[in-house]
Design a protein around this ligand. Structure first.
Ligand SMILES: [Zn+2]
Length: 246
């Protein structure tokens, strides 16, 4: 059975020097990689690496890129539309409270949400500080995976009940909030991710998809379950969400 890294950035330039090895190491450990294009250049590179490595793909536009003009946003929009058969979902898209211009963030988010509806795809969201808002806007339209969810437990339960997924990242290795979240939530509501090259659980090292094993092990410890059982359930949850066998 497979581990699932449901959200990472293999196309990130941080992997330019050792991308082949990083993917190889993940494959050796049976880690399924879902890479997430999050900018114009990132989406183009992600498409290229999907083909090169046989990994899975989501394409979107990160809320931190709020300053870009419509030309850039529209290019990404068209790339997604023209590659709908290549992607599992639209994302990452969303809003971030630490970035500026919330109105523009919301406008761009809604544009990609409408595209996801049109393409009949689920979405993967980055919703720091806007978890409730994003859920309210999108819940009746598409299924939502909350990448690196850091909101409260009550909302996480509602998300799970609506068929969404809470993605637990490598932050769980040192965050009490994330441990509590896992403790309070049904395993059926969860998936796992590394957000590589970010959120490294190992000091001084870049994060990479094979580290998703650490997330699964941590969940197993908290839930007092078998690692294999957790791994299998996460795999099933993620396939259900993306509506296909990975
Ligand atoms: Zn990300």
């Amino acid at each position: 059975m497979f581990y699932v890294d449901a959200h990472c950035h293999i196309e990130d330039k941080a992997f330019n020097k050792n991308r082949d090895e990083v993917v190889e190491r993940a494959k050796k450990e049976n880690v399924i990689i879902v890479t997430s294009g999050a900018s114009l250049g990132g989406c183009l590179r992600a498409l290229e690496f999907k083909k090169k490595y046989g990994i899975y793909l989501t394409l979107g536009y990160h809320p931190s890129r709020v300053k870009a003009d419509d030309k850039v946003v529209n290019k990404v929009y068209n790339i997604i539309r023209n590659n709908k058969d290549e992607i599992l979902a639209v994302g990452e898209i969303g809003m971030d409270i630490k970035d500026e211009n919330y109105e523009r963030q919301e406008e761009i988010f809604k544009k990609f949400l409408t595209l996801a509806e049109e393409l009949d795809k689920p979405i993967v969201v980055h919703a720091r500080g806007f978890e409730e808002k994003i859920f309210e806007i999108a819940k009746d339209k598409v299924e939502i995976m909350f990448h690196c969810y850091s909101g409260d437990i009550e909302l996480a339960k509602k998300i799970g009940e609506e068929g969404g997924l809470i993605s637990i990242s490598t932050l769980i290795c040192f965050s009490e909030h994330h441990k509590k979240l896992v403790d309070s939530l049904d395993l059926e509501y969860l998936t796992t991710e590394t957000d590589s090259p970010y959120l490294s659980p190992i000091k001084g090292a870049k994060n990479e998809p094979r580290n998703v094993k650490l997330v699964v092990e941590e969940i197993a410890k908290i839930k007092e379950m078998d690692v294999e059982e957790v791994k299998n359930t996460i795999y099933k949850n993620t396939c259900r969400f993306f509506r296909r066998r990975l």
